[in-house]
Ligand binder design. Structure first.
Ligand code: SF4
Length: 275
């Protein structure tokens, strides 16, 4: 029986200084704010995003993070999340500008749902910065359904691409919303068509209040197995469980292999490969 928790990924346990989580080797997570244009009931960080009191990191806290990054040379990748980091453009641009100068930081990722939920609220200043940025910026877009992608979303995705940003997506399995082969086929093919590489689809995190969204595990595996037969590899994300207790993103095996000597092909024919 799954335990539903406030902080299922145990992020707080890995917090080093305010706003900085250091869980995996060589990469850190920066939580820039707890502000978001919408409030998803299945949000992993609802312990923060659902708080009435809103905050974003102040100058001193951002500087502390930059000092930490500069001193810990093994860190090469920074993921900026929130809340939604695009809701704090001034703070985001300050951080990006300074990180641009840090030799050890090679990869910068911004995790956002705003191109889908509130494309009109994305500040022009962000595009101005990105147009001149000397480092590659990766933008991870949280999107769960093709119908979420409006004409405004499409336009804003084009603007990011024109600014040289590399786009990829993350999605969450949600019961009654996208738990079918047809819905996910539409979603991933649409994203790929728009220049967004589907990256991960997660099993819904066991966060308190998200119980009703959790899809039976076997059903998810069946959907992802069937989907693998229908769409191109480029449109197909890795299906993972962000394992409870902070154990990491564990890929889920699909239903192709019967054992290590036989598998079902795309036509469900059993193939033996022998010794
Ligand atoms: S958009 Fe993301 S950060 Fe905001 S509430 Fe939804 S899941 Fe949480």
């Amino acid at each position: 029986m799954t335990n539903f928790l406030n902080d299922p990924l145990m992020e707080e346990q890995f917090a080093k200084i305010k706003g900085l989580i250091y869980k995996y080797p060589k990469r850190v997570l920066v939580e820039l704010n707890n502000i978001c244009p919408i409030y998803c009931e299945f949000c992993t960080r609802k312990r923060k995003t659902f708080l009435k009191k809103k905050w974003q990191l102040n100058k001193k806290e951002l500087k502390d993070i930059l000092i930490f990054l500069g001193e810990n040379k093994e860190i090469r990748e920074v993921v900026i999340s929130g809340g939604d980091p695009l809701m704090s453009p001034k703070e985001l641009i300050f951080l990006l500008k300074k990180m641009e100068r840090l030799e050890n930081i090679k990869v910068i990722r911004i995790h956002t749902r705003m191109p889908i939920t509130a494309p009109e609220k994305i500040s022009n200043d962000i595009f101005d910065f990105l147009n001149d940025c000397k480092k590659n910026i990766y933008l991870s877009i949280h999107c769960n359904l093709a119908q979420e992608i409006s004409d405004e979303s499409v336009e804003v995705l084009k603007r990011f691409r024109r600014a040289g940003v590399i786009l990829y997506s993350q999605s969450v399995f949600l019961k009654g919303i996208n738990d079918s082969v047809e819905e996910l086929e539409k979603l991933f093919e649409k994203l790929l068509e728009l220049g967004v590489r589907p990256y991960y689809i997660y099993r819904c995190d066991p966060v308190i209040g998200a119980e009703k969204f959790v899809v039976p595990f076997e059903k998810e595996k069946e959907i992802m197995t069937e989907l693998r037969k229908r769409i191109s590899g480029l449109a197909y994300p890795t299906y993972v469980i962000d394992a409870p207790m902070g154990c990491g993103k564990i890929p889920v095996p699909l239903n192709f292999w019967k054992n290590d000597k036989s598998f079902f092909d795309f036509n469900n024919k059993l193939i033996e490969i022998g010794e």
